[in-house]
Design a protein around this ligand. Structure first.
Ligand SMILES: O=C(O)CCC(=O)C(=O)O
Ligand SMILES: [Fe+2]
Length: 288
């Protein structure tokens, strides 16, 4: 079984998408700079230190999962909008949709939104996770349209020994009956600052950590805007924090209607809740 393709950071979004089409996953070097990684780590480390281990089974009894990264560090925005990741997510998930209304064809384009943020820290002695597809959360059938694109950014070097994520190349094309075998998976060996971008239907798992130091991934997923977010960004990111982000990031947090009309508030664009303290009075100017 051959390994995943590794692209340099000079690769274009089109290069990334070409590999994702074929393999379902791709490693991109230097997706974020060491400075950005350091800055996020500085904000996150105190929370990670307090995060308890998970349960036996999927979450892992020697794995810490620290969530709500957009609330814990403003530097998380650089990961969410990292050009290869964000560009690939838009390529696979933004889609024109045509429907008939009053005998006319209306064309609308779906937007994307942030779905999950999580630091996944696998400690020495943790066993290999079960191979799985992340997009079961959206009740996907395979092969079929993607619901999400995810990136695992390496917060330390990933080696086969320390629990590098394992991926089955091409498994996003498998049907729902085919059973994934551990021997079909390859390790995602990459340097700190690199990332694994993969499709929601690609089989993967956290590796067993046989080293003497923890391995940390920073997981971010982007989903179609008309699906429910995996991690509820409205509830975990306080309004004051949302206000500190630029407009594009607020949109990704969910403060934007997904066309034609998913997620409105008082029949207004969702952003009205950030712009007006009393948004109910604006209901006279309807969005549609
Ligand atoms: O930590 C990893 O390498 C992958 C974890 C994972 O895939 C998950 O928990 O869904
Ligand atoms: Fe996963």
């Amino acid at each position: 079984m051959r390994g995943l393709v590794t692209l340099p950071s000079s690769a274009s979004v089109a290069d990334v998408c070409t590999v994702l089409d074929e393999d379902g996953g791709v490693i991109v070097e230097d997706m974020v700079s060491q400075e950005v990684m350091d800055a996020l780590w500085h904000d996150l480390a105190p929370f990670l230190d307090q995060t308890p281990f998970g349960e036996p089974g999927f979450s892992g009894p020697l794995t810490r999962r620290c969530c709500a990264l957009m609330a814990k560090s403003l530097h998380a925005a650089a990961f969410l909008t990292q050009p290869h990741f964000y560009g690939a997510a838009r390529y696979f998930l933004e889609e024109d949709y045509k429907f008939l209304l009053a005998e006319k064809t209306v064309t609308t384009t779906s937007s994307v939104q942030l779905s999950v943020t999580q630091a996944i820290q696998i400690w020495p002695g943790e066993a290999e996770q079960v191979l799985h597809r992340d997009d079961h959360l959206h009740h996907r059938h395979h092969p079929g349209p993607d619901s999400q694109i995810q990136t695992l950014f390496a917060a330390c070097d990933f080696t086969e020994e320390n629990g590098a994520t394992r991926v089955i190349p091409g498994s996003h094309l498998w049907d729902d009956e085919r059973i994934p075998r551990p021997e079909d998976a390859v390790p995602v060996v990459m340097k700190r600052g690199a990332g694994l971008i993969y499709r929601g239907g690609t089989y993967h798992c956290g590796g067993a950590n046989r080293s003497d130091a923890p391995r940390t991934a920073l997981a971010f997923s982007i989903a179609r805007g008309y699906l429910r977010q995996e991690e509820n960004q409205y509830l975990v990111v306080p309004r004051e924090t949302v206000m500190k982000y630029p407009r594009e990031v607020r949109d990704l947090l969910g403060y934007k209607v997904c066309e034609p009309f998913c997620g409105w508030v008082e029949m207004q664009d969702t952003s009205i809740v950030l712009e007006q303290d009393d948004f109910t009075v604006a209901a006279a100017r309807n969005l549609f």
